[in-house]
Structure formats: structure tokens, C-alpha cells
Design a protein around this ligand. Structure first.
Ligand code: SF4
Length: 387
């Protein structure tokens, strides 16, 4: 209490997040699960002497096992699921010329901003949940059932680059009718680093380990979500392939990098789809104002599909990441993700065998009734009131 109030860097207060986790891990009645977001793996190493952008995922999985988690999953898996649902939404709307442009919604800061300032655009929002929430719901509704675990006894943790994710897990729009919370606790990258240190784990010398199946299995498309343009590139890899377009290359260079507003055109179902990717809320305003204007004047839409991330550079530079003052941090962390994707054998979400298994055994197909029940959400206008 008092110490926390007087701690100059708020470290004691931040540590309070560890208390419920320590209790959960110590409680043998509980089954503790954890997922790590794409961007975390290219930032956490900086806390332990690795170079900016080094992908230390294997060591993070190993450290989480040593901290006592019962199962280690990866948000990249949920990202593959998000793509299955979102690409399906896009193809459906694009072919039917319905409620375009479609706008991505993985970033809770952006969702909140739109609900306050652009609520007329809510129908354009993708209803697909973010990768964190998809991994969360499938942990308690799929993994639990498959492994005969009572979902009520699962304590589900997410390690995120982002402080807004702490709010997202509590959105009332995410609440389940039976009251079960999909994600119980969110820790940031910095908080995880501190936990690893406090536990005395020699992170630098840990041997790489693998995550647990099947919510730990992912494609390169799921991995690149951590950088601006990554969600769009992943969606295009699946949307184009699933409508019979031949992709010469899986890389969409036009949506990569740190330009404020990135644009490209690609063929989806034989027609040109116009794409925009933007990051940093200042740039978002320009994009949305152009869409609003076109709609008001009944003009041709500037874009059909738009990716938005609130942080400049995307989640690699999120508010929960390792602090850095260096100019090229964003680019180096993004490179860490793209380099790993390049070497992966499966680089498209629809080719992830674990994703295919979940559809075959539980969800039937993307956009099904069951998929909507578990993997989709909705949004609420929250008009901004000046105090
Ligand atoms: Fe969080 Fe920033 Fe990523 Fe949005 S872009 S989800 S605010 S880290």
C-alpha cells in the first residue's frame, strides 16, 4: 500500500499483477495456461542482453515452464484463427459489395478510439476477435474439453506487448453467458522480464523449448501480426489463395515498413481489391475522414480493406514492451518477425494443421454459427463527452 504509493517508478504497484499469478501457480487445483503475443518474442531478449529484434521465443517458452505454467501456448495460433475468420468476412463482403471497407480490430486501443470518435464506422469493423481473445476462448472451450480439464479450474494468462490488452480482456462485449472469463490475467513484456529475474531464471543460457500443441502451433502469417501491415499481409495470403488466385510470392512488400499510410491493390476473386494499412492514431484520422467523405458523397471508396494499429510500427513498439530510445528499434523488431516467417515451412494460416483440426472437429468452417458464437464480438458506441 504505502510503499506502492511512494515507489518512484511504480514498480511495486506493477508487481501487484504477479500476486494472483503466484497464487494460481501455487494452487494445485488450478491448471495454469499462458500465451505469448508475436511482438513479445522480438523485444524481451533486450532485457537480457540480446540484440534488438532477436527472436527469443524458444527461451520464453522454456522460462514459462520453469515459472510453473502447466501449458504454454502461442498467440500466433490465435492470429491464424483471426485470419481464417477475418479473411472469410472480407471475401464475403467484397464479393457481395457489402459494408466496405472492412476494418481490422485486433488492437483494443484502436477499437476504443473508434467507438468514441467514429462510431458511425462500427458496421465496418471486423467482428472477428483479436488473436489473444481467440486463443483465450479456445483454451477454455476446446483445449479443456479435449484434455478433460474443467474450464472453471483454468487460470489463463496472456503475455502482451500492450497495456490496453489488460482492458480488452474485461470488455463486457467479450463476456460469456456462463460468466467464464476467457483470459484471467494479462502481463506485459516488461512484467514478464521482471518475473523471470525475480525467479532467478538464467534466461540467457536457457535451451530453446517448443510450445504445447495444439494452441501453440502457428504459421508464419500468424507470427507477422506483431508488425504494422502484418495482419493485412496474413489476411491477403489467405483471402487470395482461398478465392483461387495464384500468388507469385507470399511477401507483400507494399504493406511492410514504417510509411504512415501504405497502399496496394491485389486480386481477390478475380477483382481488384484496394488495400490501406495505417498505424499511429494521427494517420488513422486521415484514412477514416477519406472513407467518411466518399460515403457521404456516394463516391467510389478509396479502399476495400483497411488495417489499423494504434501504435506507430504496430505492436512491436507497444506500451508494454522493453523501453528503447533508439530510432530503428521498430524496424529491427519487425525484421526479427519477417526473418523468422521467411524460414517457416507453413506460412499461410489456412495451412496450419491445428487450425484445420479445430474447424474439422468443432467449428465446421470459418464464419459458421459455432465460429460466430466463440470467435466473434461486437462493438458499442461510446460518444466522447467533453468534461
Ligand atoms: Fe496494443 Fe499498440 Fe498493438 Fe494496439 S498496436 S494492440 S495498442 S501494442
Amino acid at each position: 500500500g504505502q510503499c506502492a504509493a511512494h515507489c518512484p517508478v511504480n514498480a511495486l504497484k506493477e508487481n501487484e499483477a504477479f500476486i494472483p499469478l503466484r497464487h494460481a501457480i501455487a494452487n494445485k487445483e488450478l491448471f495454469t495456461t499462458v500465451q505469448i503475443a508475436p511482438a513479445v518474442r522480438v523485444s524481451l531478449g533486450e532485457e537480457f542482453g540480446f540484440k534488438q529484434g532477436d527472436n527469443v521465443a524458444g527461451k520464453i517458452y522454456a522460462a514459462l515452464r520453469r515459472l510453473g505454467f502447466n501449458a504454454i501456448f502461442d498467440t500466433n495460433f490465435g492470429a491464424d484463427m483471426t485470419i481464417m475468420e477475418e479473411a472469410t468476412e472480407f471475401v464475403h463482403r467484397f464479393q457481395n459489395k457489402e459494408m466496405l471497407p472492412l476494418i481490422t480490430t485486433c488492437c483494443p486501443s484502436w477499437v476504443e478510439y473508434l467507438e468514441r470518435f467514429y462510431d458511425d464506422m462500427i458496421p465496418h469493423f471486423s467482428s472477428s476477435k483479436s488473436p489473444m481473445m481467440m486463443t483465450g476462448v479456445l483454451t477454455k472451450r476446446y483445449y479443456a474439453q479435449k484434455n478433460n480439464i474443467d474450464p472453471q479450474t483454468i487460470f489463463n494468462v496472456a503475455i502482451m506487448p500492450c497495456t490496453s490488452k489488460k482492458e480488452e480482456k474485461d470488455r463486457k462485449e467479450m463476456a460469456q453467458s456462463d460468466g467464464l472469463q476467457d483470459i484471467d490475467l494479462v502481463l506485459t513484456t516488461r512484467e514478464l522480464a521482471r518475473m523471470i529475474r525475480q525467479a532467478g531464471i538464467d534466461f540467457t543460457n536457457l535451451k530453446d523449448e517448443a510450445p504445447d500443441s495444439l494452441l501453440g502451433d502457428f504459421s508464419g502469417a500468424g507470427l507477422i501480426f506483431g508488425a504494422t501491415g502484418g495482419v493485412m499481409e496474413a489476411a491477403l495470403r489467405t483471402a487470395a489463395a482461398c478465392t483461387g488466385e495464384k500468388l507469385e510470392k507470399l511477401e507483400f512488400q507494399a504493406v511492410r515498413g514504417l510509411t504512415d499510410i501504405k497502399e496496394t491493390t491485389i486480386k481477390v476473386a478475380g477483382q481488384d481489391a484496394r488495400i490501406a494499412v495505417t498505424h499511429g492514431l494521427v494517420n488513422v484520422q486521415h484514412v477514416l475522414d477519406r472513407v467518411r467523405e466518399a460515403k457521404k458523397n456516394n463516391e467510389e471508396l478509396p479502399w476495400h480493406f483497411i488495417e489499423v494499429m494504434a501504435c506507430k510500427g504496430g505492436c512491436v513498439s507497444g506500451g508494454g514492451q522493453t523501453y528503447s530510445k533508439e530510432e530503428d528499434t521498430r524496424a529491427l523488431r519487425a525484421k526479427g518477425l519477417y526473418d523468422t516467417d521467411k524460414d517457416m515451412s507453413i506460412r499461410q494460416s489456412h495451412e496450419n494443421p491445428s487450425v484445420q483440426e479445430i474447424y474439422a472437429t468443432l467449428l465446421e468452417h470459418p464464419g459458421s454459427h459455432k465460429a460466430h458464437e466463440l470467435l466473434h464480438t461486437h462493438y458499442t458506441p461510446r460518444p466522447f463527452e467533453k468534461k
